[in-house]
Design a protein around this ligand. Structure first.
Ligand SMILES: Nc1ncnc2c1ncn2[C@@H]1O[C@H](COP(=O)(O)OP(=O)(O)OP(=O)(O)O)[C@@H](O)[C@H]1O
Ligand SMILES: [Mg+2]
Length: 245
């Protein structure tokens, strides 16, 4: 299984939000780091077909995802950045609703809704309105819908934004367990969220790929004389060295 981005480009007027971006994903967790406006969500919106590309290709096992249509959507799970979720729906009805949009029906839908609510620990609040959830519970509801259909490609746009450390660690560990046999793309500003779980890290700046490697290799690539603070170099130092200006 692989997902290839080839020379993928997206422009908004004069601004090139994603600039000839080329990368191949295989099963594993990919942490995507970049400042506000670097193009992380743009890349994710192109893969999830929520945005039209200007040029380039997105291939899943060699086939363009636009040609695959529903077939690609069936293997895709997407957790969007915004928490604009249906506040008046209950957790159960929200997840079922997204399931129906994905084309899952009847008994199978009920089974999968049960599964993902249990996985995300929302089973006991399934009849509660999402509007009454805490931030962490809302994030889990968003994650629950992304898991419907046992997706092979999971796109998570800042899944731990706004969470307290305990919730963040829980979600991080959960994602790390999910990753087997899946391609997981995870955009975040919280560098420590991916330092321990990402197989590979992508550094983006102004729509371009700056660096792509394992966390260990990236840390090892820091010049020896670049020691800003008295501690062992971490992925945060990598971020500051390559992206912080
Ligand atoms: N609908 C739009 N119209 C015009 N410009 C846009 C639009 N959406 C995004 N942009 C611009 O494209 C660039 C990339 O935005 P994008 O949302 O992909 O960044 P990001 O890396 O996800 O940032 P953040 O960390 O803030 O979520 C930014 O300069 C942004 O202002
Ligand atoms: Mg974003």
């Amino acid at each position: 299984m692989k997902l290839e981005l080839r020379e993928l480009t997206k422009r908004y007027g004069d601004l090139t939000a994603l600039d000839s971006f080329t990368l191949t994903f295989e099963p594993g967790i990919y942490g995507i780091l970049g400042a506000n406006g670097a193009g992380k969500s743009t890349m994710m919106n192109l893969i999830t077909d929520n945005l039209k590309r200007d040029s380039g290709e997105i291939l899943y096992d060699g086939r363009d995802i636009l040609e695959m249509g529903d077939e690609f959507r069936a293997v895709l799970g997407y957790m969007p950045q915004q928490q604009g979720i249906y506040e008046r729906m209950t957790a159960e009805s929200f997840v079922s609703y997204i399931g129906r949009l994905k084309g899952i029906k009847g008994k199978e839908l009920r089974r999968q809704v049960d599964d993902v609510l249990k996985l995300t620990n929302l089973d006991n609040v399934r009849h509660k309105a999402v509007g009454q959830f805490s931030g962490g519970m809302k994030q889990r509801a968003l994650l629950a819908q992304a898991l419907l259909g046992d997706p092979k490609v999971l796109i998570l746009d800042e899944p731990t934004a706004g969470l307290d450390p305990r919730e963040r660690i829980r979600i991080r560990e959960f994602i790390s367990e999910l990753a087997k046999d899946r391609i997981v793309l995870l955009a975040t500003h919280i560098v420590t969220d991916i330092e321990s779980i990402a197989d590979k890290v992508i550094l983006m700046k102004k729509g371009k790929l700056i660096k792509f490697d394992t966390p260990e290799n990236l840390i090892a690539s820091l010049p020896e004389d670049w020691q800003p603070v008295a501690h062992y170099p971490s992925l945060e130092d990598v971020y500051m060295y390559f992206l912080g200006d």
